[in-house]
Write a protein that binds this ligand. Structure first.
Ligand SMILES: Nc1ncnc2c1ncn2[C@@H]1O[C@H](COP(=O)(O)OP(=O)(O)O)[C@@H](O)[C@H]1O
Ligand SMILES: N[C@@H](CCC(=O)OP(=O)(O)O)C(=O)O
Length: 368
């Protein structure tokens, strides 16, 4: 049982810099003071996911954001991240709270062992009243291992910490029916109970020169978090005491409501962490069984296998080529192939070969 409620607060670059693009201590202070108040209420543990390292570095170095290369961006992040942390440390220390820096790449979430270590570290920081401050490890993150945007990173942080609320603070007070910069007549949506394709279509790209991903990445992040049982609130950092209002369940911004039957942590990790190493295609009967009741995948349901994976690998499950979900296989690809060949030659299997245990399975499409 959790003794505190947990809130992951993500602050976008646009909420941290002034009009000239420099880190605004005043803006940081306003956020820090609210987190301190929540933390001191002893009802909330807060994790801060802060963007801003590239923006801070670029302005500190006097570079022009519009025309910098990737290595320059990564160099700017190296400079900006220390500036960012120095400022946070100073502001939190003034209020007698310690901070801990956590820099992550996608590869850290993909690997089950690293995932567990990150979780343990975060929980230990929180248990000791220390505020984890998370950002992408921009200086080392190459394309293949990048989150690419901190909205996704924040949703995975919410997943790792099993947060009750994920707050995405930005320069606009929620999701609108269209990007209000282009459509002044757009209206704010206050509640989203299901993230349908129509909702996804409303979201456009970044609105400022420092932002990444815009509303699109926020809606995608919300999709991950609500499925893990976290309420997601997209709102403006400019609203007075916004975090305290959210903690008190006052309606602000757009609330994406947590799914009533969320995935367990292991399923969430399976769905969003590892890349599959191969494919197991199953027949309609097996798919129906998996969809309608908690069942394991047994050998008779397997149609074909692709890839060169070992037992314990994460594989994609498909039905006639359409993605159904992911699972951890108890058999290597080689052994499965052999069993399928033996079945084709007429061998009957009386002992039930369990290919994927029901606890090691997540259905992405169609749910369960
Ligand atoms: N449907 C929409 N509703 C609200 N904002 C939208 C929408 N589509 C695009 N946006 C843009 O998303 C921007 C916020 O995202 P972004 O610039 O990435 O901020 P941050 O740096 O806080 O992550 C807004 O300024 C807005 O212009
Ligand atoms: N990791 C990057 C931020 C990337 C990002 O998603 O930015 P934003 O859209 O402002 O939240 C940085 O610290 O500059």
């Amino acid at each position: 049982m959790k003794s505190h409620r947990r809130m992951v607060v993500k602050v976008g670059s646009s909420s941290l810099v002034d009009d000239a693009g420099r880190l605004s201590v005043e803006k940081l202070r306003r956020i820090v003071h609210q987190i301190v108040e929540l933390q001191q209420s002893r009802q909330w543990q807060v994790v801060l996911v802060s963007s801003g390292s590239i923006a801070a570095g670029v302005s500190h170095l006097g570079w022009r954001r519009a025309s910098i290369t990737l290595p320059e961006k990564q160099a700017a992040a190296a400079v900006g991240q220390t500036l960012l942390m120095e400022t946070y440390q100073h502001l939190f220390n003034e209020c007698s709270l310690a901070v801990g820096q956590v820099l992550l790449t996608r590869a850290d979430i993909e690997d089950r062992k690293r995932f567990v270590h990150i979780r343990n570290t975060m929980l230990t920081l929180m248990r000791n009243g220390i505020i984890p401050i998370v950002n992408e490890n921009d200086t080392v993150a190459v394309e293949e291992i990048r989150f690419g945007d901190n909205d996704t990173l924040a949703s995975l942080t919410a997943l790792v910490t099993e947060a009750d609320k994920l707050v995405l603070l930005t320069d606009i007070d929620g999701l609108y029916t269209a990007d209000p910069r282009a459509r002044p007549d757009a209206a704010r949506i206050s509640d989203v109970w299901e993230i349908t394709e129509d909702i996804e279509r409303l979201a456009g790209g970044a609105g400022s020169s420092v932002g990444t991903g815009g509303m699109q990445t926020k809606v995608a992040a919300a999709k991950i978090a609500v499925q893990a049982g976290t309420d997601v609130i997209v709102t403006s950092s400019r609203i007075d005491q916004v975090l305290l209002q959210i903690a008190a369940d006052t309606a602000v911004g757009t609330v994406f409501h947590a799914r009533p039957e969320p995935w367990r942590l292991r399923q969430s990790w399976l769905a969003h962490g590892p890349h599959p190493e191969g494919v197991i295609d199953i027949d309609d009967g097996a798919a129906h069984a998996l969809r309608t009741r908690p069942s394991s995948l047994l050998l008779p349901g397997v149609v074909w296998v692709e890839g060169d994976f070992q037992e314990g690998a994460v594989v994609e499950l498909t039905v006639r080529g359409h993605v159904l979900g992911k699972g951890i296989t108890n058999f290597s690809a080689r052994d499965l192939q052999m069993l399928l060949e033996r079945r084709q030659q007429g061998e009957r299997f009386y002992n039930l070969h369990e290919v994927i245990h029901r606890n090691d399975l997540v259905l992405i499409e169609g749910g369960r």
